[in-house]
Design a protein around this ligand. Structure first.
Ligand code: PAF
Length: 284
């Protein structure tokens, strides 16, 4: 089947109604475009679940603060269309800003506790923007599943909570991080890095790996693991936005790591590009 471009909310609605009448199910892959292998892994997982896969591309202004990289965020629509076709996406939605936020738009979704720590500290309105746009996409597409990468771990937790709390009926599926050969987590923002910065950025992965090794060897004090990680990042020339070890369910900091479910999350600036990464401390 060839790629169907959906442009207006009314077109989406009639396709969604027709699909339900046929008893076919939809999986949604929300993205901001500049697609890479990480997004393609989401599409593959979506295809394994649903008869029809929809992918949205929208660089959502609501989730960027005034000093952030909205205008600099990479965009490559033509190439994204080609990748979607190749990956077997069925429906593509790449709206203009006025379609999602027409004049007079004034309704927002905010998830309370999960949006406070970590990225929420330096990007106070970010998760309100994410929750609002994702809620709108869920309302438009009524998917059975929506696929989110674990790289944005806080976003994944928050969207899951939103779907549950608002009874949206969407199963939010987390997909493991896809990494380059040198370990760097794939991100659309990686294209903004110079060659030297690209090399520097691998320190983010290495500190996570090192913390997991030290945990495996028996270190249980989060403060020790975090201090070691901060030292490494400083030496690599990365300006740390935050680094923390938290409980995966609540995203609250853990001081003494006793049980499974502890995850280290990091955000740092490589040059002027802010990257994030994370890793469970338990595991292979
Ligand atoms: O992860 C992203 O690309 C965005 O935050 C999302 C989920 C598409 C919402 O704009």
């Amino acid at each position: 089947m060839s790629l169907l471009f959906l442009r207006r909310a009314a077109d989406i609605r009639s396709q969604v109604v027709a699909l339900a009448a046929q008893g076919r199910r939809l999986a949604l892959v929300p993205t901001m475009g500049c697609l890479h292998e990480g997004h393609l892994a989401l599409v593959e997982a979506a295809r394994a679940k649903a008869e029809v896969v929809a992918l949205s591309i929208f660089v959502n202004p609501l989730q960027f603060g005034p000093q952030e990289d909205f205008s600099r965020y990479p965009r490559q629509l033509e190439e994204d269309f080609r990748l979607c076709e190749k990956a077997g996406v069925d429906w593509l939605y790449a709206p203009e800003e006025e379609q999602l936020y027409p004049p007079g738009f004034q309704t927002y979704v905010s998830c309370e506790a999960l949006s406070q720590p970590l990225c929420g500290q330096s990007r106070p309105m970010h998760f309100r923007g994410v929750a609002t746009v994702v809620c709108k996409l869920f309302a438009l597409f009524r998917p059975c599943w929506a696929m989110f990468g674990e790289k944005d771990f806080q976003q994944l937790c928050l969207v899951r909570a939103m779907s549950r709390d608002l009874d949206l009926g969407v199963e939010v599926v987390g997909i493991p991080i896809v990494r380059a050969e040198d370990g760097l987590a794939l991100s659309s923002r990686n294209v903004l890095l110079s060659a030297a910065e690209r090399e520097q950025a691998t320190a983010l992965f290495r500190v996570l790996l090192c913390a997991r090794q030290r945990y495996g060897e028996g270190e249980r004090l989060a403060s020790v693991l975090l201090e070691e990680a901060r030292q490494h990042l400083f030496q690599a020339g990365i300006r740390v936005d935050y680094i923390d070890i938290v409980d995966e369910a609540t995203l609250q900091p853990i001081e003494y790591i006793e049980a499974q479910g502890a995850r280290m999350l990091v955000a740092g600036f490589v040059g002027s590009t802010r990257l994030i990464d994370n890793m469970a401390l338990e595991g292979a």
